[in-house]
Design a protein around this ligand. Structure first.
Ligand SMILES: [Zn+2]
Length: 88
């Protein structure tokens, strides 16, 4: 049993990432035990930030991947290539 653990007994009751996510989305009422815990727990605040950053990074990546697919340009290129081949 380390001193660090004794200083932060709340760590043992930290809610799961799922609950943290609900809290971040504002789905937990402020008087909910988990919400009260998260609001007063530095570990949960840190995890919350990491969760937020992870989610933001993930969203950015998905949006980047989707917007990077230039479907119209691919179609244009294919059509141009076909016309070139037809023209010989
Ligand atoms: Zn906590």
């Amino acid at each position: 049993m380390s001193d660090e653990f004794k200083e932060q007994p709340s760590v043992a009751r930290c809610p799961s990432d799922e609950v943290l996510g609900s809290y971040a989305e504002g789905e937990l009422p402020p008087q909910h035990p988990a919400a009260v815990h998260i609001a007063g727990c530095s570990v949960c605040q840190m995890r919350l930030r990491q969760l937020d950053e992870g989610l933001a990074a993930w969203k950015d990546r998905i949006e980047d991947e989707c917007s990077d697919v230039p479907v119209e340009r691919i179609k244009e290129a294919v059509h141009r290539k076909l016309r070139e081949e037809e023209a010989g």
